[in-house]
Each structure stands twice: as structure tokens, then as C-alpha cells.
Write a protein that binds this ligand. Structure first.
Ligand code: APR
Ligand code: PHB
Length: 396
């Protein structure tokens, strides 16, 4: 079997890159370890930056998003008993975010790929990249008991944090940077109307909480828990009671509770691998970097990598500039580190890390009240929340 770009992983990174390449006439095959149903069962964040929405539109997969996405021109931070609004539109000269679940983005992309007739192998086993530092790389895999070899010109490693692509790079060729936070987010989805029109990030002496949504009838809530907490330890009643305690009283009074339709714990982790290129293989999305969920940057960062990789492939295929590949990693990383910074800052300052007041907890308080009291501080939060501009490739 032969293609131009072998894409490993059918999460949002792999599917969006595949769609853009297919539209541009660049042949690609996706190899995914799981079934399509499993991929769609994963619940992830739901806040899209404008650049993400624009690229989904460019890929022609934004009909549902445009019909059902909720435009948010502000969000709130609850701090010290106050609710402070970050006026995204006013502070950024008219920008906003769109609330639309990552699961829905993935489903739209899957449907578009099926309609385009592009090839995807779900439940592909033992996917392994080979000879990536030569001019003739290939990927081997097994599907329904048959072994295959997929020859290609390039490999896109879109296989998430636990994927094979990054792990296939020799350790001495990769630098990794990591921070584990000693906490997790317990998330609950429910068929209840959201407690407020805008998202609320709430600091509290019992721990952080946040209020999000998927639609006018579906809510998503989170509370900070220990990193190793099991969702089985939390009945719905216990979750709602704890959430109410952590929200400002007027918000808690408005909360409509109901049975959970999903409940899970996500660990909080920052991670970056450098460089994001090894020979003819690129790393995209979670394969190269992880952010904690505070600020909802994971999907948006993956999409900005896809944007860069797609522009690189257009340079290569439309303008015969194979050297464009070498600009990929540095172009991505400058924006990634700034987004890592914002996610780390939000995480470090909004959560509770210690049971007794200490220097760090006083600094958190000073940091948040300084930023929220200052228009420049709120503008800094706003410009990061709506998303920093996508980085352009260096001029040819
Ligand atoms: N072979 C083939 N596929 C694999 C392999 C493998 N060895 N390992 C992992 N995969 C698949 C996974 O099953 C998954 O479907 O790669 C896909 C990676 O998808 P994601 O983890 O969703 O990563 P990405 O597409 O980069 O999306 C980033 O998703 O994980 C969230 O927070 C993250 O929002 C961000 C976004
Ligand atoms: C979500 O809707 O799941 C969500 C929203 C904002 C975040 C994280 C998650 O910062």
C-alpha cells in the first residue's frame, strides 16, 4: 500500500489534518488503534478559539459547529466571594470563543472523512513507523489478522500522549519537559440547563470548581480532587453537594442538578517534547505536548499544530519546497510554550495546593487579585483565553 502522508491516530489532530490534505488533493491514510465508537466515547473540553473555528471552516467541516456552537464573549473568575467578568470581546477588540464539544468536532470530522471516501483503518494493531530518517519511510501494522506495509513520503504522528510516534524517536534525539500537578479534575456531564450563561472558574478554600456547558440543556461541571481519586467514590449527590459548597452562594442557589450521564477524573499534567520533527516524521497535538485543562487549550493547541503542518505540506506539494519540513517544529514550539505558560499559570493560581496558608497560597491570592483588579491584567487573561495568533511559517 502507498500514500503520501501516513497519519497515525484518528483523534482531532489526525482527522483534521487528513481532511485538509484530502481537500488539497494530497493522498493520506489514517491508522487508528481503537474503534470509531471508542474514539467518540471520550469526553474532552469544549472551548474553541477563533483560529480553531476558522481552520474547521477552511476544512469544510463547520456546518454543525456554525449551527450549534455557542458564542461566548466573556467568562467569569469567582475569587474571594466576588465574581469578576473577563470581558473577552471588550478586552481583545471584538474576539470571542465558541463553546462546542471536542467529541462533536471529532464526529463532524469522521463524517466528513467518510463522505470524502478517504481511507481509515480503525482497530489497526502494532502500528510502527520505520526508516523515518530515510527518503522512503513506511508504517507497518496489522488489521483483522493481516499484516500490512504502508509506504509513504511523510508520517504525521497524531497518536496522542501514549502513542507510538514519539516513543519511536531515539531518546537522545528528544528533550522532554514535564510538570505533574498533585491534583485531578472530577468531571460530570448532566442533562440540565447550565447554571449561568458564561463559564465560571471558581477558586475556593475547599478547592477549585468550574462550570461549563455543551448546549442550553447540557452542562459540564468539574471539581478539583486528588490526582488518584476514583470517580466511583463520588455519588451524584456527593458531587453536587461539593460543587455547591465551592461556588459563590448566588451561583449555587441557581444550580439545577440531575443524574450524571458521564463522570470521570482527568489528571493535570504539563508536557512538551522537542523537537517535534524526526526525519520525515512530525509530531502533532497530544503526541508532542499536554496542557492541564484549566483554560481549555488542549484541542486548540492541537489544531494550531495541524495548521502549521498543513501549511508545510502545501509548501512541499504545491511549491516543491521539501525544506519547509524543517521549519515545522520551531514554528509550532514558540506558540506552544506561550500556551503552556497560560495553562500553567491558570492551574497554578486557581487551585488549592496546601491545607494550611503558606507563602505560595498568599502569592496565588496576590497574583489573582492583581490580575483581576487591573485592566491590563484582565486583558492579558483575555488575549490568552481567546487564543494567541497562529504562528506563520518563515517566508520562503
Ligand atoms: N496506533 C494508532 N493509533 C494510536 C496509537 C497507536 N499506537 N496510540 C494512540 N492512538 C490513537 C488514540 O487511540 C487516539 O484516538 O491516537 C489518537 C490520539 O487522539 P487524541 O489523544 O485525542 O490526541 P489529538 O488528536 O492530538 O487531540 C488533542 O485531544 O487528548 C485531547 O486534550 C487533548 O484536546 C486535546 C486533543
Ligand atoms: C469543558 O467544557 O469541558 C471545559 C471548559 C473549560 C475548561 C476546561 C473544560 O477550561
Amino acid at each position: 500500500m502507498k500514500t503520501e502522508v501516513a497519519i497515525i491516530g484518528a483523534g482531532p489532530s489526525g482527522l483534521l489534518l487528513g481532511q485538509l490534505l484530502t481537500n488539497a488533493g494530497i493522498d493520506n491514510v489514517i491508522l487508528e488503534r481503537r474503534s470509531g465508537a471508542y474514539v467518540l466515547s471520550r469526553i474532552r473540553a469544549g472551548v474553541l478559539e477563533q483560529g480553531t473555528v476558522d481552520l474547521l471552516r477552511e476544512a469544510g467541516v463547520a456546518d454543525n459547529l456554525d449551527a450549534n456552537g455557542l458564542i461566548h464573549d466573556g467568562f467569569e473568575i469567582a475569587f474571594n466571594g466576588d465574581r469578576v467578568r473577563i470581558d473577552l470581546e471588550g478586552l481583545t477588540g471584538g474576539k470571542h470563543v465558541t463553546v462546542y464539544g471536542q467529541t462533536a468536532v471529532t464526529e463532524d470530522l469522521m463524517n466528513a472523512r467518510r463522505a470524502a471516501g478517504a481511507t481509515t483503518y480503525y482497530e489497526a494493531e502494532d502500528v510502527t513507523p520505520h526508516d523515518v530518517t530515510t527518503d522512503a519511510p513506511y508504517v507497518s501494522f496489522t488489521h483483522e489478522g493481516t499484516a500490512y506495509r504502508l509506504d509513504c513520503a511523510y508520517i504525521a504522528g497524531c497518536d496522542g500522549f501514549h502513542g507510538v510516534s514519539r516513543r519511536s524517536i531515539p531518546a537522545e534525539r528528544l528533550n522532554t519537559f514535564s510538570r505533574e500537578y498533585p491534583l485531578g479534575w472530577l468531571g460530570v456531564m448532566s442533562e440540565t440547563p447550565p447554571v449561568a450563561e458564561e463559564l465560571i472558574y471558581a477558586t475556593h478554600e475547599r478547592g477549585f470548581a468550574m462550570c461549563s456547558m455543551r448546549s442550553p440543556t447540557r452542562s459540564r461541571y468539574y471539581i478539583q480532587v486528588a490526582a488518584d481519586e476514583s470517580p466511583d467514590n463520588w455519588s451524584d449527590e456527593a458531587f453536587w453537594a461539593e460543587l455547591k459548597q465551592r461556588l459563590p452562594a448566588d451561583v449555587a442557589g441557581q444550580l439545577v442538578t440531575g443524574p450524571s450521564i458521564e463522570k470521570s477524573v482527568a489528571p493535570l499534567h504539563s508536557f512538551v517534547a522537542e523537537p517535534m520533527q524526526y526525519g520525515r516524521m512530525l509530531l502533532l497535538g497530544d503526541a508532542a505536548h499536554i496542557v492541564p485543562p484549566t483554560g481549555a487549550k488542549g484541542l486548540n493547541l492541537a489544531v494550531s499544530d495541524v495548521n502549521t503542518a498543513y501549511r508545510v505540506f502545501r509548501q512541499i506539494y504545491d511549491h516543491s519546497r521539501p525544506e519547509a519540513l524543517n521549519a515545522y517544529s520551531a514554528t509550532c514550539l514558540s506558540r506552544i510554550w506561550k500556551t503552556e505558560r497560560f495553562s500553567w499559570w491558570m492551574t497554578s493560581n486557581l487551585h488549592k495546593f496546601s491545607d494550611t496558608p503558606d507563602f505560595n497560597s498568599r502569592m496565588q491570592r496576590a497574583e489573582i487579585s492583581y490580575y483581576l483588579d487591573s485592566k491590563a491584567g484582565r486583558a492579558t487573561i483575555a488575549e490568552n483565553y481567546v487564543g494567541l495568533p497562529f504562528a506563520a511559517l518563515p517566508a520562503a
